[in-house]
Design a protein around this ligand. Structure first.
Ligand SMILES: [Zn+2]
Ligand SMILES: [Zn+2]
Length: 389
């Protein structure tokens, strides 16, 4: 499987591997087969492999020359718990499991780049290739960091890449600042004094308090957050009383929802202000409020220096102008945990037109193999520019 200069990324083999991974998707922290293949392909190329960081995570280390700068490149490996509905030769063979976000492509592009860099050795410094488990809401990045990623593999910068339908497969978008929103959960439990529905004056009505709270939380984004800063607060669950007891005012009402922001400051503000409204409404109605805000994923905010470096590499790798005004997404990515620790940049690589309108997490979505050379070239160019020989 040696490849010459006209096939720097072993395209035939890597395309076959991408389709093999697509046919054998694995959920977060269950990427046993995938990570074994990754580890084998890295070792085979002479790259040092650390297995089992964050359960099924893999880190490949390639140190060349005397350069002191160290960078990390991150790919995610997990699939989603959903059925694949499109018919294709390499359709998922695992029930209700599907690579509907293109992480099969991310894995292969980073592998192709790592193998190329190990052959050509045209840089000086250290590259850590992160093959992360469980990006889709199961906490893979956090697990790798909690198990000492930065202590074991200290780096000066970290880069991530995600496929994006709508951009051409030889096109990239690299934008400074917020890319993906924070994704946090909150709950409020109003505790009153339950009583007969006919005698509200004998209790303390948590339901009425909850009604005022639901209306009042929308004043946070409208009246408290800077109008030029995007933010979302939504109540998404409500639990109180019993439809079989419509003459009973219940003791408690539980409300839960999501909060999203693009900056750490607005995120802090949402956490604080939801609590202020909950406690204020509770005081008004003489009930109590228990408030919890669960920080799940911070926003992905591209660092100016790392973004500039990624931008140069993207321009050189694609040979065309890079999109620099691509709008942020309200989705989240736990790459944010890495880029919260060291300067980071998260870039978009085109996946071609959305086939049959299928976007990320659609049961017909597929990574476009034509993007493999662009993605692999972006990674190798970034390393060679970042860590000049
Ligand atoms: Zn996804
Ligand atoms: Zn994804």
């Amino acid at each position: 499987m040696q490849s010459g200069s006209n096939d720097p990324f072993e395209l035939e083999a890597m395309t076959a591997l991408r389709r093999d991974l697509h046919a054998h998707p694995e959920l977060g922290f269950e990427e046993v087969r995938t990570s074994a293949i990754v580890a084998e392909k890295l070792s085979e190329a002479g790259i040092e492999v650390h297995r089992g960081l964050g359960k099924t995570g893999i880190v490949g280390t390639l140190k060349i020359g005397t350069g002191t700068r160290r960078i990390a490149l991150r790919a995610d490996m997990d699939a989603l718990a959903m059925p694949e509905l499109a018919d294709r030769l390499y359709k998922s063979e695992t029930p209700n499991t599907m690579h509907a976000c293109g992480h099969d492509g991310h894995t292969v592009m980073l592998l192709a780049a790592a193998r190329h860099l190990a052959r050509t050795r045209n840089f000086s410094g250290t590259v850590q290739f992160i093959f992360q488990p469980a990006e889709e809401g199961r906490g893979g990045a956090k697990a790798m960091l909690e198990q000492g990623f930065l202590q074991l593999f200290p780096v000066d910068a970290v880069y991530g890449l995600h496929n994006m339908p709508g951009l051409a497969t030889n096109e990239m978008a690299v934008v400074v600042g917020p890319q993906l929103a924070s994704s946090d959960s909150w709950t409020v439990t109003f505790k009153g004094i339950g009583t007969h529905g006919a005698k509200p004056h004998l209790g303390r009505d948590a339901i009425t308090a909850a009604g005022h709270f639901l209306a009042a939380i929308h004043t946070i984004v409208a009246r408290v957050v800077d109008p030029l800063q995007p933010a979302v607060i939504s109540a998404c669950a409500l639990d109180a009383g019993d439809f079989k007891a419509l003459n009973v005012i219940p003791d408690t009402v539980r409300i839960g929802g999501t909060a999203r922001a693009y900056t750490p400051e607005v995120r802090d503000q949402l956490e604080k202000e939801i609590g202020i409204v909950a406690q204020g409404i509770a005081a008004t109605f003489g009930v109590e409020a228990d408030y919890n805000f669960l920080r799940r994923i911070p926003p992905v905010v591209n660092h100016p220096d790392a973004t500039q470096r990624a931008l140069h590499a993207a321009a050189a790798a694609t040979g065309r102008s890079v999109v620099t005004d691509f709008p942020p997404s309200t989705a989240g990515d736990d790459f944010a945990f890495f880029s919260a620790e060291v300067p980071g940049a998260y870039v978009w690589l085109g996946n071609g037109p959305a086939v049959d309108g299928a976007l990320h997490h659609n049961s017909r979505y597929d990574f476009n193999d034509e993007a493999i050379p662009t993605g692999a070239r972006f990674w190798t160019t970034l390393v060679e520019q970042e860590l000049p020989a």
